[in-house]
Design a protein around this ligand. Structure first.
Ligand code: GUN
Ligand code: ZN
Length: 472
């Protein structure tokens, strides 16, 4: 790879920022230069006018905007073709009527291949350079997913969705309990770190993924917990859903408490899945654990997530689609839990993380009373980039343009999406003050960005192309 200079308006949230420090850590360089070295790392970042002479001969590529690649902390590969499925009802109805049947179709190898390819194409079109991907039940479908990602050069953490119990519609997705654990162990051996062998450099990593507590039994949780205990040290992840839907009477949260006889939903992932939340085996929480939703968590659950370094994938687009409510922003962030953004395709019907950030802004401004919050543009950018890297424990490698990190970035050409171009023209005209102008521009950019304005997507300096891979 040859070195490159990328010139444009660069935004990123620098250093080891958290949500609390994102505003002060925002860097805006209206005529900036990002220098990527021949190893694909960030070599220098600053105003173009200050470009060091050493880079004077490096080819320059221009774009309107340069942003860190987006991190999608939760989406479902086997739901690629199930977006906007009409089933009426909330989570459990939708799963039975729409999703279990759609996911069952990936038992067919050709279908799985087509879905994997479309999944990669949608990801690239949305500038999602890193993703935590909820996998298919079928090992061959997972092979197709990992293969297509390896060919494309995208970062992927994924694991087969484990289900050992469920309603009749879920039958094609179920396995026996011993088989479930064996298949997860096989997937880890087959795909975890398969590209480089090192957690520090690999783009392909595996997660242990029970679908949710209602899809498994105490015995499955115990056996998966034992397995996880043995592979944690190799950087294997844990991923699942947590406390998403609490429809009175028959919602998910009520059902989990009733099935397991536990105080809190989170107890089931914390090894405390016996009645009365007694310990039944090793838990799954930790720095490489990402739980999707966390809409209805108690303070105790949030404190436990924070204490263990586990993270939340926040998916407001999906939460609206399923009538789940939304994660209380102030209370959750005050607890000290890292909150990253997830599309939750296919309950979420937008592949683009900035579209999720757009919904994030709206739903939290609309929280009632003193819970309402107007998130700053820097906080939105943080949530869709660096927070995702932190949630996936990859922030030493990606998430912003700190020198030495891998250069994962997207190039935006506003003219690709007229409404964005117009909004930027007007937003940026208003403020004389540099900081206010940066906020106006970043806000208009994140709220108004759509796929057609994404001109290029690069992972570690490599441009990812959209060429159909194998299934066409
Ligand atoms: N909980 C268990 N499975 C699912 C799923 O596929 N989507 C969502 N949004 N929640 C779930
Ligand atoms: Zn989900």
């Amino acid at each position: 790879m040859t070195a490159q200079v990328v010139r444009g308006h660069v935004f990123h949230v620098a250093g080891n920022a958290t949500l609390a420090t994102a505003v002060e850590a925002l860097v805006s360089l209206p005529d900036g230069a990002l220098v990527v070295d021949d190893a694909g790392s960030v070599a220098w970042l600053g105003p173009y006018a200050d470009l060091p002479p050493a880079y004077a001969d490096v080819p320059v590529r221009r774009a309107d905007f340069v942003l860190p690649g987006f991190v999608d902390a939760h989406l479902h590969y086997p739901q690629t073709f199930a977006v906007d499925a009409y089933g009426g009802g909330q989570l459990l109805d939708w799963l039975e009527r729409c999703i279990f049947p759609a996911e069952a179709r990936l038992a067919d190898g050709d279908t799985a291949g087509r879905v994997a390819e479309e999944f990669v194409r949608r990801r690239v079109a949305a500038g999602t350079t890193t993703a935590m991907v909820f996998g298919s039940a079928f090992p061959a479908a997972q092979d197709a997913l990992f293969e297509t990602h390896r060919e494309a050069g995208l970062r992927l953490v994924s694991g087969r969705g484990v289900q050992t119990v469920g309603p009749p519609a879920a039958a094609p997705l179920l396995t026996g309990e011993d088989e479930a654990v064996q298949l997860v162990a096989d997937e880890i051996e087959r795909w975890h770190l398969v590209d480089t062998g090192e957690p520090a450099t690999s783009k392909l990593q595996v997660a242990v993924v029970p679908r949710f507590s209602l899809s498994v039994t105490r015995r499955t949780l115990a056996a998966l917990g034992e397995l996880y205990e043995g592979v944690r040290g190799r950087g294997v992840y844990f991923h699942s859903h947590l406390s998403e839907n609490d429809r009175p009477g028959d919602g998910e949260v009520t059902a989990v408490r009733a099935t397991y006889q536990v105080r809190d939903y989170l107890d089931t992932y914390d090894g405390r899945f016996l009645p009365g939340s007694e310990v039944g085996g090793p838990g799954f929480l930790g720095r490489r654990s990402v739980l999707a939703h966390a809409v209805h968590c108690s303070d105790r659950e949030l404190a436990r997530l924070a204490e263990t370094g586990s993270s939340i994938a926040h998916c407001p687009t999906s939460q609206q689609f399923l009538g789940s409510g939304t994660m209380p922003w102030r209370r959750t962030s005050a607890a000290g839990v890292t909150v990253a953004a997830g599309t939750d395709i296919g309950a979420g019907d937008e592949w683009l993380i900035p579209r999720v950030l757009n919904d994030t802004y709206k739903v939290h401004l609309s929280e009632p009373g003193t819970d309402s919050i107007a998130l700053a543009p820097a906080e939105l950018l943080y949530t869709g980039t660096l927070a995702g890297a932190q949630a996936l424990d990859l922030d030493d490698r990606i998430g912003n343009f700190d020198v030495g990190k891998d250069a994962d970035f997207v190039l935006v050409e506003a003219s690709g999406w007229d409404p964005l171009a117009r909004a930027l023209e007007y937003a940026t005209q208003q403020a004389e003050d540099e900081i206010v102008a940066a906020d106006q521009t970043l806000f208009a950019l994140l709220m108004g960005l759509r796929e057609p304005a994404l001109k290029a997507v690069l992972v570690a300096g490599h441009e990812i192309n959209l060429r159909p891979l194998r299934w066409g």
